[in-house]
Design a protein around this ligand. Sequence first.
Ligand SMILES: Cc1cc2nc3c(=O)[nH]c(=O)nc-3n(C[C@H](O)[C@H](O)[C@H](O)COP(=O)(O)OP(=O)(O)OC[C@H]3O[C@@H](n4cnc5c(N)ncnc54)[C@H](O)[C@@H]3O)c2cc1C
Length: 254
Amino acid sequence: MKIAVCIKHAVDESELKMDPGGSPMITGAAGKMGTFDKNAVEEAVRLKSSGGGDVTIFTVGPADARKSMKEGLAMGGDRGVLVTADPVRIDSLSVAGLLAKAVQRDGSFDLIICSEGSSDVYTGQVPPMLAELLGFAYFGYAKKLEVSGSRIRVERSLEESVEVVEAPLPAVVSVVSEINEPRYPTLIQIMQAAKKPLEEVPPSALGVETAPKVVVRSMSGQGSNRKKVMLDGTPEEAAAKLVDALRAEGVIPR
Ligand SMILES: Cc1cc2nc3c(=O)[nH]c(=O)nc-3n(C[C@H](O)[C@H](O)[C@H](O)COP(=O)(O)OP(=O)(O)OC[C@H]3O[C@@H](n4cnc5c(N)ncnc54)[C@H](O)[C@@H]3O)c2cc1C
């Protein structure tokens, strides 16, 4: 089975700083593979191990995205395709368009695995757009995947229920984090990943219009005002004052 995994080199939220106006400082921020994209890679590698085939990792990202690609290759991907465009400057439809063309150019894939949402912007738009552009079946929020011959069976994790659906391949699936536990590559796997093929493709080679239709006007963090109350006294006195303060705020019952 020919499997593609789409991963995003997302902004590392643990490293993100805000400017004095409360906007995230994206330029120069550290990046990492999207948290849930590790589940997508893990699932692809598991399917390859049980049913054979190969796994190609695709990303649309800046040169720095090679780091995330190498991580995916170390986890068990066979080769990578990096479309060298910065997702900060284009919209979801352009990302999906570039991925669709890159996937088509690369051959006929049976299954494309994404995650439910990137760990930075999390619009959840790219996977269904990709399916639509490719004309593939789409299953969102998969918590379990089974491929049998040319059919796929998916358990979809919904808010209050689980839906079980089937379709013939090819398909695009977005997975949720509960689907698996991503592996940590060993040192040997990390060293081997450095020798795996990683192709860079400029967007111009794919003929996709990337001028964004959607313009993000502003992005700001949710402010939270702390009360900065200091409780003095012995530990027992401070604890009693804390309980009184929490009661006064209605956090715990009187
Ligand atoms: C500072 C900043 C400015 C922005 N400005 C704009 C703007 O002006 N207009 C606009 O429309 N958007 C803008 N964006 C959003 C940006 O374009 C999105 O990152 C992009 O549209 C992808 O959507 P997403 O991250 O929500 O991915 P989701 O749709 O949440 O991702 C779901 C899954 O799709 C796959 N995927 C997503 N992105 C990629 C990728 N690059 N490569 C490979 N697979 C991928 C992964 O499997 C991922 O888990 C901006 C973002 C930032 C940080």
